[in-house]
Design a protein around this ligand. Structure first.
Ligand code: NAP
Length: 273
């Protein structure tokens, strides 16, 4: 039986670790060729950066060890030139792009809005909202020409408005609205645009957030994460990166061919509380 994404090419942003790495591996397991892209902050002109090179390389190597093809590319999604070059390189290497998963993200230390710096606000907007826009802007002409495409953007339970998390909440609500808007623009070209909105997953981003907050709660970061899962996820259990990847794969699959302009919360029921 053919694998679900055999013959398909997927681009994942922010894929050196966390949810992005999980998505990249999941697509490869299902037969896709994958472009694993990330900012690789500390060596801006290299194909791979030093600090992040190992992480990006290890995702690529894990995919190659499965017998699938992958390339690792440096791409800062806030920079139009970077995104345009990344799209060109993937098309040169693999001939096309079928799937784009806008995953790159950042989270700052939680604080009341009057303490948020302009720099933190701008960076939050640039990486997640502008980054999602730029990747769509440069991939869509190619998808429109081929009359085929699947785009999944990354929202969050934060879009409801989280205490001490105004920039992140605003950006995630923006991404969800952006998803619905562009789904209306490109549906006629056989392109599905959806959004996956995760609950709390214990990635490097969530570990950092829990460690920052742990002092206030007088417990270790991992204990705080367990507490959040119990209190906030109606199902009372941890959400794994694979849970989010499975939903991303579903949204990009033929089973979801008529799912469009949808925000899929994978949050153990957080939204229902
Ligand atoms: P993560 O582990 O921090 O991964 C995010 C990745 O994006 C990192 O590799 C990061 O690189 C990269 N990145 C940051 N700025 C970038 C840029 N300008 N260009 C390209 N890549 C960039 O976080 P995660 O938890 O996997 O989160 C992935 C996505 O899911 C984010 O959009 C996040 O908001 C969303 N999400 C996560 C959770 C959760 O509980 N984990 C919940 C809801 C939504 P650096 O490490 O160098 O910064």
């Amino acid at each position: 039986m053919p694998l679900r994404f055999e013959g398909k090419v997927a681009v994942i942003t922010g894929a050196a670790h966390g949810l992005g790495a999980s998505h990249a591996l999941a697509f490869a397991r299902e037969g896709a060729r994958v472009a694993v892209t990330d900012i690789c902050q500390d060596l801006p002109h290299a194909r791979y950066a030093m600090g992040k090179r190992d992480e990006l390389n290890s995702v690529v190597e894990e995919i190659e060890a499965m017998g699938q093809q992958a390339i690792g590319l440096r791409c800062d999604v806030t920079k139009a030139d970077d995104v345009e070059n990344m799209v060109k390189k993937v098309i040169e290497e693999f001939g096309k792009i079928d799937i784009l998963v806008n995953n790159a993200g950042i989270a700052f230390v939680a604080m009341p809005v009057w303490e948020v710096t302009e720099e933190a606000w701008d960076l939050t907007v640039d990486i997640m909202l502008k980054g999602t826009f730029l990747c769509c802007k440069y991939v869509l002409p190619h998808m429109i020409e081929r009359r085929y495409g699947k785009i999944v953007n990354t929202g969050s339970i934060g879009s409801r408005g989280q205490r001490h998390n105004a920039p992140y909440s605003a950006v995630k609500a923006g991404i969800q609205a952006f998803t619905l808007a562009i789904a209306k623009d490109v549906g006629k070209y056989n392109i599905n645009v959806n959004c996956v909105a995760p609950g709390s997953v214990y990635t490097p981003m969530m570990q950092g957030a829990c460690e920052d907050a742990s002092r206030d709660f007088k417990m270790q970061g991992d204990q705080l994460y367990a507490f959040i899962c119990k209190q906030c996820h109606i199902l009372g259990r941890e959400i794994l990166a694979e849970d989010i990847s499975n939903s991303v794969l579903f949204l990009c699959s033929e089973e979801a061919r008529n799912v469009n302009g949808h925000v899929l919360f994978v949050d153990g029921g957080f939204q229902a509380i």
